[in-house]
Design a protein around this ligand. Sequence first.
Ligand code: COA
Ligand code: AMP
Length: 651
Amino acid sequence: MASRYAEVHAAWRRDPEAFWREAARAVDWIRPPDRIFDPASGPYGRWFPDATLNICHNALDRHADGARRDQVALIHDSPVTGAVSRFTYGEMRDTVATLAAVLAAEGVGYGDRVVLYMPMIPQAVFAMLACARIGAVHSVVFGGFAAAELAKRIDDAAPKLVLTASCGVEPARIVPYKPLLDEALRLARHAPARCLVWQRPQAPAGLVPGRDRDWAEAVAAAERAGMRAACVEVKATDPLYILYTSGTTGLPKGVVRDTGGYAVALAWSMPNLYGVAPGEAFFTASDIGWVVGHSYIVYGPLIHGATSVLYEGKPVGTPDAGAVWRVCADHGVAAFFTAPTAFRAIRKEDPDGVLRRHHDLSRLRTLFLAGERADPTTVRWAEQGFGLPVVDHWWQTETGWCIAGNPAGLGLLPTKAGSPTVPMPGFALKAVDEAGAEVPPGTMGALVIALPLPPGALPTLWGQDGRMVDSYLSAFPGHYETGDAGTVDADGYVWVMGRTDDIINVAGHRLSTGGMEEVLAAHPDVAECAVIGMSDALKGEVPLGFLVLKAGSARPRAAVEGEVVALVRERIGPVAAFKLAVAVDRLPKTRSGKILRGTMKRIADGADWALPATIEDPATLDEIGLALLARGLPAERPAVSPAVPGPETSR
Ligand code: COA
Ligand code: AMP
């Protein structure tokens, strides 16, 4: 079908408020919006300032009380535990209402924060919705983060309650979550009044008397007492959640998501971008700890009345590279969304797609990729193998939904491999030079979005309006700085080439090299350090650390290298995938003392590099090259990492 994108985009351009007023009709409001946008409040304005609603009502009750009561809302498919369970909208609403009553009985109310440190189990989804039901603000922390990272988030969000499970189940090991939470609470300054613990049979946890409570027992008692919490009326501008994401330092940014704008943006995206109808199955293979999981495992599909698949497994190894196709077939999935890393992992093990052919994928219409740059080789492999459209779309934790994509529901536009296609309505995107002037089509620049950001995007950072302005709104006045570099070509297609800051993407997981450097620098024998993102054929990028030992340090270099690797795992978590540190005599620097990270990355990637004119001592780069060579680097590998190596001297 011919794409309606141009027409829809033009309608938004012509009258953004009318566009979002119309889109807002997909949401059930308690008080419908009269005003659409208030430019005077918040760092850049607020959407639907006078409206009220409850997003849990939109995600559950309106379906449970209507025609979808017996339709499956959530399927938990867990190859790591060998279980599949299904919950209808009716069942899920009742479960969530009871859990919400438990939270309320623990003193959690409107505006209170609740931290979730949970694996991919249905209780995690119930908990998010239970918070939303009573107007509490949830903050989910990804399970692959270590205790110290969890502690930072607990201190910033200051939750009344923490919800956890006794363990996560990774293919090769059980991850006991509860000891990590106990350690985080030991490290944190803030002490939540209560922890609710979901006991899993794989590794039940010990409970701290007076602080910890058994989740299942609490729910059972509430059920016996007939306790159910009703949906609380909240303002559209009230925070629904805080999601911490990597910034340039070790201090994560608490991205705030408001309630009404988010509901409207997700409701618009489900039919128009993803082309999914209510009642169809939507499978996002991400984690509820990431923004993709918040938006398209939990809120988007449920608001739309679709069936969402919650997958506790990996693309490979649980049990094989056909796992996600088995899930798509078993649950009649219409749209599948994952990160390019997952496709690269599948391609590596099953290049000819043999395992895929064992499964009936006749209901699968579209594959969506996001989270990192989709390398054209992987996209082509998937397109040719499946004979299905593969939609790369670009977004960020901050934006909450897609900045640029190919709207399947409006009719797909022709694709250009390597481009996530075109901006979605609401995102007035341009590439600009350092002075903020728009660059000609096809010219590389900083990708910025003219304010206001659309509904669904962050209104601010938690408790930090000033940091919001400093981090995103001050470099290019009147614009949001995405932190990505790229181009917009003559056809309006967007090309995202890489970050302009210290953020790297490891297997679709966003990490801060600055945060890792803080950990390395804390080692008593380390004088100086630099962490860069090195191209990796599977994970896109992996971190690589360089260190200079303190003068007089008597420790063997190899010992310190091993210790900093262990330290990053302990302080940041296994998700950082920090496996290699290299000690050198000196780091390459400019004459003004800035570390030449960009050139180091090029050397590690085996890319062409030129001697920077400002270098203090060229021999330092030779040392880097030789040290890497001794470790078999750069390895021969397809270039999947961003074409832009990031800033040369960002710190
Ligand atoms: N809880 C605890 N630990 C976790 C975890 C969780 N929720 N998720 C990951 N980890 C651990 C892993 O066990 C692994 O630990 P290890 O070093 O002991 O092996 C480490 O963190 C790195 O995990 P991961 O990035 O998943 O790498 P992997 O080598 O285990 O698997 C892939 C590789 C490609 C299969 C995996 O990265 C993947 O599925 N990627 C898709 C990414 C994705 O969906 N991103 C979402 C953004 S849209
Ligand atoms: P996160 O906040 O974890 O979603 O990470 C956001 C960052 O991931 C973006 O700023 C980009 O650098 C990168 N990213 C996400 N999706 C894409 C994509 N489709 N193409 C290129 N980069 C992407």
